[in-house]
Design a protein around this ligand. Structure first.
Ligand code: GLP
Length: 238
């Protein structure tokens, strides 16, 4: 596991962007795994500012809420469009987000995993970590062998994400998320976190026991992981 620590969130974003830019330089048809939430925003901003050509890459989002109306600004389809696809100049036809609007979520989830495999698998998977240790929306207790599926959101996650919605009740109760086994198939995991509120989760993910009770700890089993933090998020690491 490689650990990079920036001076602040923007500096960490630039360091993480350097990892992605290096991968895109050696493979302009890179398959990039896309995370949402606040953690990767400095990374996406640094990628957009780089002026690099991302038009040949494909993207697969980790997760999507269920039960938001199509086009809701907090749906991850919209967040990916406005924070990633448009600023980086990605080809929208090559950017995939789990579709929550079909009738058969299980069939769609299986097709999503198959689409990732058909694209050759994810080369670099960007990951944030939830304060309860979730990756994607794999909440504590998620099986390490899990595939893309519907999961109920933990109450703590709904509280954490309430800041993005007009009221806490508006936060969806379920989502579609790539499974942990799906995530682990990526060739390179790039975990990003900033802020002192993430220090404990980062410590448990990197140094704690590997357990389904804290899903992010599974990254310790992956052969190629880069973790990019700011000083505050790294503050509990010895
Ligand atoms: C979100 C996403 C995750 C993200 C995590 C942390 O809700 N589903 O993919 O990594 O929770 O969020 P944040 O980066 O805003 O702290």
């Amino acid at each position: 596991m490689r650990l990079l620590v920036g001076q602040d969130a923007d500096d960490a974003g630039k360091l993480a962007a350097g990892v992605v830019l290096g991968a895109v330089r050696s493979n302009p048809a890179l398959v990039l795994g896309l995370a949402t939430g606040s953690s990767p925003l400095p990374l996406y901003a640094a990628l957009a500012a780089s002026g690099a050509d991302f038009s040949g890459i494909s993207g697969f989002a980790l997760d999507e809420y269920l039960d938001l109306p199509d086009g809701h600004p907090q749906s991850y389809a919209e967040v990916i469009r406005t924070e990633v696809t448009e600023p980086l100049g990605l080809d929208p036809a090559r950017v995939h987000v789990p579709d929550p609007h079909g009738r058969d979520h299980a069939a769609h989830a299986a097709a999503y995993d198959a689409a990732i495999a058909a694209a050759g698998g994810v080369d670099v998977q960007i990951l944030g970590v939830g304060s309860n240790g979730h990756i994607g929306f794999n909440e504590p207790g998620s099986a390490f062998g899990s595939r893309t599926r519907v999961v109920p959101l933990a109450e703590r996650t709904r509280r954490d994400n309430a800041r993005f919605f007009a009221s806490p009740e508006e936060v969806p109760t379920q989502c579609l998320t790539q499974g942990i086994a799906t995530i682990l198939e990526a060739r390179h995991l790039l975990l990003v976190a900033h802020g002192g509120h993430k220090a404990e989760a980062v410590h448990r993910a990197l140094r704690g026991p590997v357990t389904e009770d804290f899903p992010a700890s599974v990254i310790q089993r992956h052969p190629q992981v880069t973790v990019v933090l700011d000083g505050a998020a790294a503050s509990l690491l010895a």
